[in-house]
Design a protein around this ligand. Structure first.
Ligand code: FAD
Length: 277
């Protein structure tokens, strides 16, 4: 099926993009890597929109270090996230995640901002940013604002981004000395979306656990993290079971997803402790 497009405009800078969205009468759709949006348009799940192409806005690309914060521009492509030395040093979880996302062709086009804005509950980057305690930077007609990752993901494909706004960057606390970050997932085939996945961050200040593909949005498992802080892995697995309410679908039952999450938590802890599981 051919995509249905109401119009197309390439923005020269962020202000231009915001103007185009403002003048679209609510029909504007930001086009970043197009790896989810174009697929939705081809299936006529999204029609008649004015595509506002932001891909030439160079200021939205790349990673920079600002003191103890790592800032990653929304247009940084998955493949670039995977090979950026600043990201490898200060947020290695993101680089690990790239290896689980789709295939090379998609990783060469898809952007981290697009993945967060799209908010697929099975996607890796939203859970990573949640586990890392990231901040989402948004620009809109009223100016700039920041949303904590914990408040950003609302429901399936739904975020705190309002009409006319653009996600410009993500910022993250840089990894502390001795911090460990691990992502684990189970998929039917390499490159497929996960049946269930888990990010584990162990900081001097405590653990953070985020689970994906186990609910309508990535889930911060605070009970499991608190049990890990006390060194009680079995309790953490039990807490995780209580914190999840996963869906049953053609891919996996809710009970299987819940079970997988516990297995993935044990494996992530073993990874961090340098064992194999
Ligand atoms: C076959 C296939 C397999 C895939 N497998 C995986 C996978 O295993 N894991 C995974 O995480 N992802 C997967 N993806 C999705 C892929 O990672 C996409 O790149 C990503 O979800 C969307 O990024 P994008 O830059 O292509 O965004 P687009 O497709 O351009 O946009 C997606 C949505 O986000 C909005 N948007 C984009 N950028 C912004 C912005 N800066 N501000 C505001 N709104 C914005 C768009 O308007 C649109 O609604 C897969 C995609 C395909 C086609």
């Amino acid at each position: 099926m051919k995509a249905s497009v109401g119009g197309y405009a390439r923005a020269t800078d962020l202000r231009h993009a915001l103007d185009l969205l403002a003048r679209s009468g609510g029909m504007g759709r930001v086009l970043a890597g197009g790896q989810s949006l174009v697929a939705a348009m081809n299936m006529r799940l999204s029609t008649g929109d004015l595509l506002v192409d932001i891909t030439r806005i160079d200021g939205l690309r790349g990673a920079t270090l600002n003191g103890d914060r790592l800032r990653i521009g929304a247009l940084t492509r998955h493949a670039e996230v995977g090979r950026d030395p600043l990201i490898a040093t200060h947020a290695p979880l993101l680089g690990q995640a790239v290896g689980h996302i789709a295939h090379a062709a998609i990783r060469n086009r898809g952007t981290i901002g697009g993945a967060l804005a799209h908010a697929d509950p099975a996607a890796e980057f939203p859970a990573c940013v949640l586990a890392l305690g990231g901040t989402i930077h948004i620009e809109g007609p009223e100016g700039a604002r920041e949303v904590a990752a914990e408040d950003f993901f609302i429901d399936v494909f739904e975020t705190a981004i309002e009409e006319g706004e653009i996600l410009t960057a993500i910022s993250l606390p840089v990894a502390a000395a001795g911090e460990r970050q691990v992502i684990r997932e189970t998929a039917r085939r390499s490159g497929d979306y996960a049946l269930a996945g888990l990010c584990l961050v162990r900081r001097p200040s405590g653990h953070r656990v985020a689970v994906f593909s186990a609910g309508p949005r990535p889930i911060l498992a605070k009970g499991a993290a608190a049990a890990l802080d006390e060194g009680k892995l079995d309790d953490a697995v039990a807490a995780l079971q209580d914190e999840l309410d996963p869906p049953s679908d053609t891919q996996a039952s809710a009970a299987y997803r819940r079970h997988l999450a516990g297995v993935l938590l044990r494996r992530a802890v073993a990874d961090i402790e340098g064992e194999t599981a």
